[in-house]
Write a protein that binds this ligand. Structure first.
Ligand code: FBP
Length: 552
């Protein structure tokens, strides 16, 4: 296989480890833990894995010998830069425990465990993947491990391969399921430990013990590079407003961090919209107001960042989406009727006629492109695919209309030309930044230590991440500690609490304190591409979010 010059040079990079993981490791047990909420229910559901202590690793001289251990690994959900380094860390860690240990990868995500699709990850095979982006080493998938039948099917292959521990690399849902699996195998005395690693570019798997999910750092740096380039183009040509939608599902961590790294004119944060119960009209007024102010200064250009999940946080849109999900549910009469229309406009008129008065008014006010996306692009369960809605175009259209009104009132003097962008997939498989390369390798290595000491139901935790890697604190956190009860598909379920942007947190406050200035003045920052070699303040810098959160 031909590889790029960067890949060749990057293959030589030796990820940094915390001091505690460089030699023999001593495990220090902390106090017993409790779940973040609903303690009684979670305790009852997880009798074998609830209340376990926090674990911290320390360096020791007393090396212990461990029998060879066979380990399985699964990549779950969307790609995030650094997954290959988690696997490298697990591999090197279990080989250090005992050179005869083996690592098996289940192919194509959790489904590989159930369908018994796997491969042994050998040293030679792994070599080509160290420090690279992507999940192509074994592939990923979105099958959810939720049913006991799946757990039993998985156990068959784990037994056949003599696998004693399974590492699930995933987001909040996948780690919730990892914990359910850990509990199930523990209750059955199956002899299989389950350990999780926190992954997702969305940055919404974080809490007191998990400072950040891996991949967030690299993905946002890629988006910020692109946003910076666009800002420089906008400031050079001075003729376009760029509306940029950013991936990140519900939470706006990506949008917030990209906003802090680049200082654009507008950074919308979904959590703020929900908190203030803002309508679409109010969001549009806010944006049009900034555009008009800049136009008054002769600046008919700018950049606006729009989080992917925004529409779900606008109360009236949320209500409309919920109604559409109900009314056009798969197999319903109204769905069949709607599908019978070949003319899109007639289809929209039908939908409008079955909606409540408020939702119908809103639906009719939407550009037809967006109305169609709300009704035509539905997932296999018939639900609106929120991430496919072109929110940037919706806002672009609505802002244009509002500006025309302002112009008629003599309150806007400019010209409004737009360019639309969506950044998401281009960041998910980038070669991991030094931070992600080191963090992921450390997370994987930590998982191997948890495995070597017989732990199950834990997630790898690496903290103090704004300090040099040497000073990072590695250990394990019981997954039950992060759980609470939430309604899912009509039933109360134990789940890891999703972390949304906190409006009283330092990163949002920093944005709020500066955004009026950034809105009107052109205060753009141009972060440039990720650097792998060079001055440490450029190559090893963490996200602004982490820096602000950790500067107390
Ligand atoms: P995970 O939560 O699985 O890490 O996925 C993150 C994500 O990139 C979201 O930001 C985005 O909404 C979604 O995946 C897109 O999913 P898909 O890859 O299936 O299009």
């Amino acid at each position: 296989m031909t590889i790029s010059a960067l890949q060749q040079a990057r293959a030589q990079y030796q990820p940094k480890l915390p001091k505690s993981l460089k030699g023999a490791v001593k495990i220090v047990e902390g106090a017993a833990t409790e779940s973040v909420a609903d303690q009684a229910e979670i305790k009852e559901l997880f009798p074998n894995t609830y209340g376990m202590p926090l674990l911290t690793f320390e360096a020791t001289d007393a090396a212990t010998s461990v029998d060879p251990v066979n380990v399985g690994v699964i990549l779950s959900g969307g790609q995030a830069p650094g997954g290959h380094n988690v696997i490298s860390g697990i591999f090197d860690g279990i080989k250090k425990l005992n050179a005869d240990s083996k690592l098996y990868g289940f192919l194509g995500g959790p489904g590989g465990l159930v369908d018994h699709k796997y491969m042994e990850i050998t040293a030679d095979y792994l070599e080509g993947y160290r420090n690279t982006g992507g999940f192509d080493i074994i592939g990923s998938g979105r099958t959810k491990l939720e049913e006991e039948a799946q757990f039993d099917k998985g156990l068959e292959i784990l037994k056949a391969l003599n696998i004693k521990a399974l590492v699930i690399i995933g987001g909040d849902d996948s780690n919730t399921n990892a914990c359910v699996l850990a509990e199930y195998y523990a209750a059955k005395n199956a002899g299989v430990q389950v350990v999780g690693c926190p992954k997702t570019i969305d940055g919404d798997l974080k809490n007191e013990m998990i400072e950040t999910s891996f991949g967030f750092d690299t993905a946002v740096k890629v988006y910020s590079e692109l946003i910076g380039n666009i800002q420089r183009d906008a400031n050079s040509a001075k003729k376009y407003w760029h509306f940029i939608k950013l991936m990140g599902r519900s939470a706006s961590h990506i949008g917030l961090e990209a906003g802090l790294q680049t200082q654009p004119n507008i950074t919308l944060i979904s959590e703020e919209v929900a908190e203030k119960k803002q309508t679409l009209g109010e969001i549009v007024d806010y944006m049009a107001g900034i555009i008009a102010k800049r136009a008054a200064n002769g600046e008919n250009f700018g950049v606006a960042l729009i989080p992917e999940g925004l529409v779900e946080f606008v109360p009236e849109m949320k209500a409309l989406i919920a109604e559409l999900n109900d009314l056009l549910a798969e197999g319903s009469e109204s769905e069949a009727k709607f599908k019978s229309y070949t003319d899109k406009a007639e289809g929209r008129a039908f939908v409008s006629s079955i909606l409540s008065a408020d939702s119908s008014k809103l639906y009719n006010s939407l550009p037809s492109l967006i109305a169609d996306q709300l009704t035509l692009d539905r997932d296999p369960h018939g639900n609106v695919q929120v991430s496919l809605i072109e929110t940037e175009k919706l806002l672009g259209e609505m802002v244009k209309t509002r500006l025309a009104e302002l112009k008629a009132e003599g309150k806007y003097v400019g010209k409004f030309g737009t360019q639309f962008h969506f950044f998401g997939y281009e960041g998910r498989c980038a070669a991991p930044s030094n931070f992600d390369a080191d963090y992921c390798y450390s997370l994987g290595y930590t998982a191997s230590v948890l495995i070597g000491s017989g732990k199950t139901g834990y997630m790898s935790s690496v903290r103090n991440t704004t300090a040099p890697a040497d000073e990072w604190i590695a250990g394990g956190v019981p997954v039950t500690m992060m759980m609470n009860m939430e309604k899912r598909h009509g039933h109360m379920k134990p789940v890891i609490q999703k972390a949304l942007v906190e409006l009283d947190g330092a990163p949002f406050k920093y944005l709020a304190a500066n955004r009026e200035k950034w809105a009107v003045e052109t205060s753009y920052l141009y972060p440039g591409p990720i650097q792998y070699w060079g001055p440490s303040e450029v190559c090893d810098r963490t996200t602004v979010t982490l820096q602000l959160e950790q500067t107390k």
